[in-house]
Design a binder for this molecule. Structure first.
Ligand code: SF4
Length: 357
């Protein structure tokens, strides 16, 4: 594990770095100019456990929408800006808590100074986000391509521009679509500075491939103590990014949120439609924040064991199932439909006891 803590910075009401819990982020994919659609998506992200949201601000019209978006949600918001320092200043004036901008890309030093001074005045943080696809030409020439060393040098170069102006509320990300380069880059960066690190594997792919790449890359880094905030990038509904991020944190024992659902893969012993049962339970609990453990198992070989460990469990048999509460058999039900109905009833009772809808 990393043995030095990163510097703690504040993103709105949240602490990032300094040993604070690893924060879950995502990014909207709505048109930022469409305030209603953007707020609706932020609401869905928040309901799934997203703790900070980044929005693309490509032009003045998008910047103009930020004030209304800021007023419509409690989540810290980060404006993603390229090249135009005026958009960055406008985002800060609209009350956004963070910027994702590379000071080396916004022109002369007076422009950098204006952004930094506005960030200081508004107590906002700046994320330097270096992407292997957009590295500076001299670095590409020096290192022969977008390698981890080049990514780190690029990030530290941008950071220096902020430090020159006395700005240290910075976090850094290094994005590569290669899992191995991502790991190598963050390891190097983590050894080179104590700024909080935002980790992610960029352009990771669709739900399946992106989840695998992100879980491997981010899992290894987080297990080494590297990473203060994360985004899982998926070519999918951003809400899925949040779900995957939380499952990565849960799998590593770093943080947990909502129910833990255990279900077996099924095998030749399974004599009920377990996929349908598991899907129904997953759907029912998708929005829940209850800290409960639910097991849905296909047979009486391993099923009762797992089901007993759970707050609520089900072990299938031949066209029937046994339902457990905290290790005690409470019901034995015949027939798939009756079993599903009975299990959902018991699940509702458990949720009611936890004060959950
Ligand atoms: Fe097969 Fe039973 Fe294990 Fe499920 S719990 S995979 S049905 S042995």
């Amino acid at each position: 594990m990393r043995n030095t803590k990163t510097r703690a910075i504040r993103l709105g009401g949240l602490v990032v770095g300094g040993g604070a819990p690893v924060m879950v982020q995502s990014m909207t994919n709505t048109d930022t100019r469409d305030v209603d659609a953007t707020l609706a998506q932020i609401g869905r992200l928040a309901a799934r456990g997203c703790e900070a949201v980044r929005l693309a601000v490509p032009d003045e019209a998008a910047a103009k929408a930020l004030r209304a978006i800021r007023a419509g949600t409690d989540l810290p918001l980060i404006a993603d800006i390229h090249f135009d320092y005026r958009l960055a200043v406008a985002a800060l004036e609209a009350g956004l808590e963070g910027l994702r901008i590379n000071p080396g890309n916004i022109g002369p030093s007076e422009h950098v100074d204006k952004v930094v001074d506005a960030a200081k005045a508004h107590r906002a943080v700046i994320r330097i986000g270096v992407n292997s696809g957009s590295l500076e030409k001299p670095l590409l020439k020096r290192f022969g391509g977008p390698c981890p060393e080049a990514l780190v040098q690029s990030a530290l170069g941008h950071v220096r521009l902020l430090e020159r102006r006395g700005f240290y509320d910075t976090k850094i990300s290094l994005k590569s679509s290669s899992v191995l380069d991502t790991i190598a880059s963050y390891r190097l960066l983590s050894a080179a500075c104590d700024y909080p690190l935002h980790i992610g594997v960029t352009e990771a792919g669709g739900l399946l491939r992106g989840t695998v790449k992100s879980s491997v890359g981010l899992g290894i880094l987080l297990h080494e103590g590297i990473g203060d905030t994360l985004r899982v990038s998926l070519t999918a509904d951003p809400v899925e990014e949040v779900t995957v991020a939380w499952e990565i944190l849960r799998a590593l024992g770093l943080r947990s949120r909502g129910p833990e659902i255990i279900s077996c893969p099924t095998c030749g012993r399974t004599e009920i439609d377990l996929f349908a049962l598991a899907r129904a339970v997953e759907d029912r609990l998708a929005q829940s924040t209850a800290a409960i453990k639910v097991a849905v198992m296909g047979c009486v070989v391993n099923g009762p064991g797992e089901a007993r460990e759970a707050d609520l469990g089900l072990a299938g048999g031949r066209d029937k199932g046994i339902i457990f509460r905290k290790g005690e058999v409470i019901r034995s039900v015949k027939g798939q439909e009756a079993l599903l109905a009975a299990f959902m009833e018991e699940l509702q009772t458990l949720l009611n006891e936890k004060g959950q809808p």
